[in-house]
Design a protein around this ligand. Structure first.
Ligand code: TYC
Length: 285
């Protein structure tokens, strides 16, 4: 199993470009890389030619968001990089904040991390907030991005979204099952405070015309794009994937009837197969 058992303290002590390798799991390496002034934690697995970077959701990180992908995506075909965005997971310090350009910053960090690790061209797999960062990264770096898969993502914030944010803002109302993985990473208090800061951060977009997060960038996306949506997703209304489908040229939408927001964790085999097939498809252009 591709579990990375290395303490946060030890990782913090690793020098900028040092990579920790695990004797019990030869295909997974963990390390920290200084990117745009922050030591970003990352995990890399596989030896395939096709490089893929995983972009986690809000407050998410390799540990909470992508274990089934790091473990099971085909290691002969892909080299998969998971990372913790600045202020999330093991990429702390700094504490996380949410200025209006936080998605742009995550997009830039993801791209710069991949380039610093030596990848010339790569694909993006972005979940939820990570999908928003992926959309921005693809729009701004068309020459670097091979393909993109996004799920649970939105290019704008509507009144309906604001109502949902309000309903999930206080994490003490969440089930223990939902809260536990994040509390394990951050501690209960920091998690509650950072989540509230995230809600305030995403609500800022509602003050912009159309609640714009990245609507204006969608026409710039050139890479083949697969949008996945769980039809039972309770927090991202289906208007969002349909909007992305309409505005991203040549994109495709795959609906998972029983999928909720965490469809890639709940149905990892189906999800991974879908992604592998899409990434390996030959383009007829
Ligand atoms: N975007 C959040 C993430 O990245 C998930 C989320 C979506 C949370 C909608 C609340 O109302 C919400 N995981």
């Amino acid at each position: 199993m591709a579990t990375c058992l290395i303490s946060a303290g030890r990782l913090r002590n690793l020098r900028r470009t040092t990579t920790a390798r695990h004797s019990y799991c030869s295909s997974l390496t963990c390390g920290r890389q200084n990117v745009n002034g922050v030591d970003l934690y990352y995990e890399k697995t596989g030896t395939g030619k096709h490089a893929v970077v995983l972009l986690p959701g809000a407050l998410g990180n390799t540990k909470t968001d992508f274990q089934p992908q790091l473990k099971s995506l085909n290691k002969d075909v892909f080299t998969v990089v998971g990372w913790d965005p600045r202020g999330y997971g093991l990429s702390r310090p700094p504490d996380r904040d949410f200025p209006l350009d936080f998605f742009e910053n995550d997009a830039r960090d993801a791209v710069d991390l991949m380039r610093t690790l030596g990848f010339v061209k790569f694909s993006l797999l972005g979940w939820s907030d990570g999908g928003i960062a992926a959309l921005i990264a693809a729009a701004k770096n068309p020459a670097l991005i091979n393909k993109m898969v996004i799920w649970g993502s939105n290019a704008f914030v509507s009144q309906q979204d604001l109502d949902i944010y309000k309903a999930v803002c206080d994490v003490s109302t969440w089930s223990t099952r939902m809260r536990a993985p994040m509390e394990e990473v951050y501690g209960a208090e920091v998690f509650a405070k950072t989540w509230e800061a995230w809600v305030n951060g995403i609500e800022q977009f509602a003050h912009r015309p159309q609640g714009n997060i990245c609507i204006d960038l969608l026409p710039l996306i050139r890479c083949p794009t697969l949008i996945i949506h769980g039809e039972k997703d309770p927090i991202v209304p289906s208007c969002h994937p349909y909007f992305l489908l309409k505005h991203i040229r040549g994109s495709r939408l795959h609906l998972m009837p029983d999928g909720k927001h965490n469809l890639h964790l709940r149905f990892p085999e189906e999800f991974n197969n879908l992604v592998e097939d899409f990434l390996q498809e030959r383009q007829n252009d």
